[in-house]
Design a protein around this ligand. Structure first.
Ligand code: AP5
Length: 215
């Protein structure tokens, strides 16, 4: 099964993808994290992606599609994957459809996590991530047991550079202009399932699992 978790920056895609991956055994692939790792490692891809990432812009399709398809071709994705943060443009969506079709597969479901825009800024400004295992926390909504330390691996927590208010505003604009049109693309294909992402993490996870299982 291949599932896309879709939604605005801060909607909870990463939080929910991690829970869903644990429940289903599917691999969680997040293009944002792949870029962060490439930037940290200062790879050629990281150097090319950095100015776009830092500015809250989308990394060009050519780079993003090649990176994602390479990751999807790895053996741990044979049973399927949860895609978080991809696709974000029509070109990415059609490239994904074509690549899956070549293997006789197709996206099973696109779960659209809907959160009111006025809540997104507060979620992103209070977010903390683990440097080691990428677990996600929020200083008010999902605090770690010990401030600054990850519950899972005791790694150091940090705030993402692109969560600065001006970069968040740019990311929300980019989402509205370039990514939100994909809602109609997947709705027309009959793949879109909309869920209310404004509830607690546990309630959203329940709704998401039900949506994936088709109940
Ligand atoms: P990426 O890392 O994908 O960022 P994003 O899509 O903006 O999404 P976020 O990670 O910010 O939010 P999320 O929905 O995962 O929310 P989270 O679960 O963390 O992309 C970053 C950059 O990489 C892009 O700007 C671009 O440059 C590049 N990029 C990536 N993919 C690309 C692509 N396909 N094409 C081109 N460029 C690409 O939750 C947010 C906070 O809310 C957390 O603190 C969490 O604890 C809290 N929270 C979660 N759920 C709840 C809840 N139910 N109630 C209360 N709080 C909650």
């Amino acid at each position: 099964m291949d599932v896309i978790l879709f939604g605005a920056p801060g909607a909870g895609k990463g939080t929910q993808a991690a829970i869903l991956a644990e429940k289903t055994g599917l691999v969680h692939i997040t293009t944002g994290e792949l870029f962060r790792e490439a930037i940290r490692q200062e790879t050629e891809l990281g150097k090319q992606a950095k100015p776009y990432y830092d500015g809250g812009q989308l990394v060009p399709d050519r780079l993003t599609i090649a990176m994602l398809l390479e990751r999807l071709s790895q053996s741990d994705c044979a049973r399927g994957a949860i895609l978080d943060g991809f696709p974000r443009t029509l070109e990415q969506a059609t490239a994904l459809d074509e690549a899956l079709a070549q293997e006789g597969k197709a996206i099973d479901k696109v779960i659209y996590i809907q959160v009111p825009e006025n809540e997104l800024l507060g979620r992103l400004s209070g977010r903390w991530n683990c440097r080691q295992c990428s677990s996600v926390y929020h200083e008010r909504f999902q605090p770690p047991r010990q401030a600054g330390r990850c519950d899972q691996c005791s790694g150091e927590l940090y705030q993402r550079d692109d969560d600065k208010p001006e970069t968040v505003r740019r990311r929300l604009e980019v989402y509205a202009q370039q990514t939100a049109p994909l809602i109609d693309y997947y709705r027309a294909k009959g793949k879109l399932v909309e869920i209310d992402g404004g509830k607690s993490v546990e309630e959203v996870a329940k709704g998401l699992l039900a949506a994936v299982e088709g109940s």
